[in-house]
Design a binder for this molecule. Structure first.
Ligand code: ZN
Length: 250
């Protein structure tokens, strides 16, 4: 049996305004550029004025439908370290699926808003990826993980500070971790490596800020993905949200 869908789980804040429309950010950037360029005689400033204007695509779908309107993402410019729990002899290659997902999502950035890289140790990981067949490498802390079976889950636990940030998670083996996002996939719910790759890549979309499912079956962020890579619609949605103010930073 194939899984019904993959899911995103995050606690919902009591009150959170919806993300601002793209026009707001565009207008703000435009005003700042005019102000800076109004300073005469500064070579560096004039050089900056010649840079191409930052324009963002419209989202192909609302990226906050699974989070009650909360827009979350990594702080711009973050190098996001990914740790993958691997098992020798496992019937599906999780490391392969993660490598593909990293390459694909890095490839659809508009600028260097994030850079996914493999982590050298679990201690430096920002995202931890594991299969349900393995022991959980991190503890859920104050946000209980959803125990329901699904092909994939992406978790983070909102903190209480303002501005809000996801909480760091503890390592199951003891010690602290920088990890704030956990991806759990279930190879028992897929029948081939290709389907496994699709689920892993889909969950990375959630881990980068797409808190939604597309209603287009061809999109990677469709609830039951068959695409192995982000489509133009997925890319546009990510590029849009990366230019928006975040209600929560991962
Ligand atoms: Zn999903």
């Amino acid at each position: 049996m194939r899984s019904r869908h993959s899911s995103l789980r995050a606690s919902r804040p009591a009150s959170r305004p919806a993300s601002r429309p793209a026009a707001y950010t565009g207008a703000l950037i435009g005003a700042l550029r005019r102000a800076v360029c109004g300073v005469a005689g500064a070579t560096l400033v004039l050089a900056a004025c010649e840079a191409p204007a930052i324009t963002r695509p419209a989202a192909a779908y609302n990226p906050t439908t699974l989070t009650g309107g909360l827009l979350y993402r990594w702080r711009s410019g973050t190098t996001v370290h990914v740790w993958t729990v691997t098992e020798s002899g496992a019937p599906m290659d999780l490391a392969l699926a993660v490598r593909q997902a990293i390459t694909q999502w890095n490839g659809v950035r508009q600028f260097a808003e994030f850079t996914l890289v493999p982590a050298a140790t679990i201690g430096e990981a920002d995202i931890v990826v594991y299969d349900r067949a393995s022991a959980a490498p991190v503890l859920a802390g104050s946000c209980p993980f959803d125990a329901r079976s699904a092909a994939g889950y992406t978790y983070f636990c909102p903190g209480s500070g303002v501005p809000q940030r996801a909480q760091p998670l503890s390592l199951a083996a003891g010690g602290t971790s920088a990890a704030r996002v956990v991806i759990r996939v279930d190879r028992g719910r897929v029948d081939a490596q290709r389907a496994y790759n699709a689920i892993v890549a889909h969950e990375f979309g959630h881990a980068l800020g797409i808190g939604a499912h597309s209603d287009h079956a061809d999109d990677l962020m469709f609830g039951l993905p068959t695409a192995e890579r982000p489509t133009a619609r997925d890319a546009a949605t990510l590029r849009f949200l990366l230019g928006q103010p975040a209600g929560l930073t991962l």
